[in-house]
Structures are given as structure tokens and as C-alpha cells.
Design a protein around this ligand. Structure first.
Ligand SMILES: [Zn+2]
Length: 229
């Protein structure tokens, strides 16, 4: 038969030239539902695969991905978008910013305008924090090129965003910027991915540096926004 993607002639289950599957059935509502739920619930690929490995063995997931493994691993940027979408949907159902209200909240201590920005809009720019985290891990560990560090950060921020949801429900912690679970998740992943094979204390200090510098960058951006508004 002829491959639908690259027109290569073959008689295998997958095209030897481009990997396209040979016979895919017609799209039906059942196939849409099956594809959708398998993306969400299959432990060997998709969202749950990433969630599982970023929890138990982030080093394995990240290094395999950087070395070229793509099968099974959910694309980091799709993962990030899906995590943030889940977060935004949950946010529209439950008001997460309630913890940031009132004069005693951390949001107010950085000024009213920046506080308002943080409360109302910060979740929409959260996706760009992969740049800040990428710069931070590049600076402290410098193992890969910057694009790779930003890609790794997409895995980290995606996972930390969903961890933040758990943090909200478990601790009533305000989400994202001031949520300790977000930073705990990041700390674990950064330490596990970049600290392997290093001196343990050195790796812990470097990881603390990454998280601190990441937070400082976000804080600086908020202050600049506060000044600009
Ligand atoms: Zn092909």
C-alpha cells in the first residue's frame, strides 16, 4: 500500500520511511472519545505518563526526552498547555484568588496594582515562566543549551501547575506564585534531574539557587508591572 503521509510504498503495519500507521480506521464519535480518554488515562503515554514519571523519576523522563525518545512521552509544550487549561478550568469553578484578597495577603504587600495584576491576570502569563525557569536552571546547572533548558522547564511548570491545584485543595494555599507545593514540586524535579551523580549538598544548594532565582525573576517582573501600571 501507499503511505498516506509520505507516499512510500510498503506492506508493513507502520511506514518504514516515516512511521505513519498503515491502516487507521475512519473517524467516528467512538474513536474521538477513545483517543481523548486514552490521552488522559493511559499510563504508558500521554498526560498520566508524564505525571507519573515527573513524580517518581523525573531524571529518567527528561534525559530520555532530551536524548531523543519521543514515543510515549507527552510533548512538553502540549503537556504545559493541557496542565494550564485544566488549571484555568478549575480556577473558573473555584475562586483560587480568594487567598490573595485582604490587606494581609502577600499580593498587597507588593503594591495594589501589581497585587491586582497578580490576582486577576497572573495565571494567563504563567506559561511564560518557562523562560524564567529555563534561564535559572541554565545558569545554575548549564548542562544543556538554553532551548533544551526551556523545554525541560515546560515539563516542570506543567507538573508544578497541577501540583499547585493539589496544594490549593489540600492546604488552601493560594495558587501559583505563593503556593509552597508549586515550589516543592519544582525543587524535587530540578534536584532529581540535574543533581544526579553530583555531590548531594552541592546539588541541594544549586537547586535552592534555581528556585530562589526563579522566584526573584517573577517578583521583579511583578514589581516592573506594578511600576508601569
Ligand atoms: Zn510514510
Amino acid at each position: 500500500m501507499t503511505c498516506i503521509s509520505c507516499a512510500h510504498e510498503h506492506d508493513q503495519k507502520f511506514c518504514p520511511n516515516c512511521g505513519e500507521q498503515a491502516a487507521v480506521g475512519r473517524i467516528t464519535f467512538r474513536s474521538i472519545a477513545t483517543d481523548f480518554f486514552s490521552t488522559l488515562t493511559n499510563m504508558d503515554k500521554g498526560l498520566l505518563f508524564n505525571l507519573k514519571y515527573l513524580t517518581i523519576n523525573p531524571h529518567y523522563l527528561i534525559t530520555s526526552y532530551i536524548r531523543g525518545k519521543r514515543k510515549g512521552i507527552f510533548n512538553p509544550f502540549s503537556f504545559l498547555l493541557l496542565s494550564i487549561s485544566i488549571f484555568l478550568i478549575a480556577d473558573s469553578l473555584v475562586d483560587f484568588s480568594s487567598g490573595l484578597d485582604g490587606p494581609d495577603s502577600p499580593a498587597y504587600s507588593i503594591g495594589y496594582k501589581a497585587g491586582t495584576f497578580l490576582r486577576v491576570y497572573f495565571k494567563y502569563v504563567w506559561i511564560f515562566t518557562i523562560g524564567c525557569l529555563g534561564i535559572s536552571t541554565k545558569l545554575f546547572f548549564g548542562q544543556y543549551n538554553l532551548a533544551e533548558h526551556v523545554t525541560i522547564s515546560a515539563f516542570f511548570i506543567g507538573q508544578a501547575t497541577l501540583a499547585g491545584l493539589i496544594g490549593f485543595f489540600a492546604l488552601k494555599a493560594p495558587v501559583l506564585l505563593f503556593n509552597p507545593i508549586v515550589y516543592l514540586a519544582m525543587f524535587w524535579m530540578v534536584y532529581n534531574v540535574f543533581g544526579k551523580g553530583k555531590d548531594q549538598w552541592e546539588a541541594l544548594l544549586q537547586t535552592a539557587g534555581v528556585i530562589l532565582f526563579f522566584f526573584l525573576q517573577l517578583f521583579l517582573v511583578l514589581i516592573l508591572i506594578g511600576l508601569a501600571l
